[in-house]
Design a protein around this ligand. Structure first.
Ligand code: COA
Length: 174
């Protein structure tokens, strides 16, 4: 799927592939420390070989992952994934590179992930984020049809949202 951000960048959104390991390694190095910290809740600067296998060799059933790449130059712009933690619930994780934040891409990736997750029987996303992470909180709280849980403990906020079944979801991208 292709979409164009308000700043003019054309973005290709596609399922992650095992061959994306170098793309992810490079992408992590381009993140600001703040963005990396918000995504991983620790100061992450590199992935181990095992982490790269886990992040890229996914079944797209219990672990669904999408990458957003610059359609013209091929570099990584964002990654969104969800991992099933209960029959109907998956843990959501997402990062958008700093230059492309606040362009609607996070919302578009989560919507697309929900369409794919719903087709696998998942109807709830849970998200864990720093309590001060206003963008992630807004993204999660503005998504779905019902908020099941919203708790803050030790500076970490956990939000669980329900979303519509696949029959009701319409892919937002063209
Ligand atoms: C959180 C994140 C994924 C949002 O992606 P994005 O592409 O910037 O978000 P969007 O442009 O789609 O905006 C989604 C919503 O969040 C809001 N938002 C985004 N960044 C925000 C910020 N810094 N402060 C306040 N609101 C913000 C937008 O206004 C929008 O709200 P609306 O739909 O109600 O108008 C992105 O900022 C990011 O990668 N952050 C670092 C990693 C992270 O925090 N991951 C989440 C935990 S795993």
């Amino acid at each position: 799927m292709l979409l164009t951000l308000p700043i003019g960048t054309t973005v290709l959104v596609r399922p992650i592939e095992p061959e994306d390991k170098p793309l992810l390694s490079l992408g992590l190095k381009t993140l600001s420390p703040e963005t990396a910290m918000r995504r991983f809740l620790t100061l992450k600067t590199s992935f181990s070989a095992a982490e790269l296998r886990y992040l890229t060799e996914v079944d797209q059933v219990d672990h669904i992952a999408l990458v957003a790449v610059d359609a013209d130059h091929g570099f990584l712009i964002g990654v969104a994934r969800c991992v099933r933690v209960a029959p109907d619930t998956a843990e959501l994780a997402i990062v958008i590179g700093d230059p492309w934040q606040r362009q609607g891409l996070g919302r578009a990736l989560v919507d697309e992930l929900a369409v794919r997750a719903s087709a696998q029987g998942i109807t709830r996303f849970s998200g864990t984020m720093m309590a001060t992470n206003r963008g992630a909180v807004r993204l999660m709280r503005g998504f779905g049809t019902h908020i099941d849980r919203d708790l803050i403990e030790s500076g970490v906020r956990e939000i669980v949202v329900q979303f519509a079944s696949s029959a009701q979801l319409v892919a937002p991208m063209h």
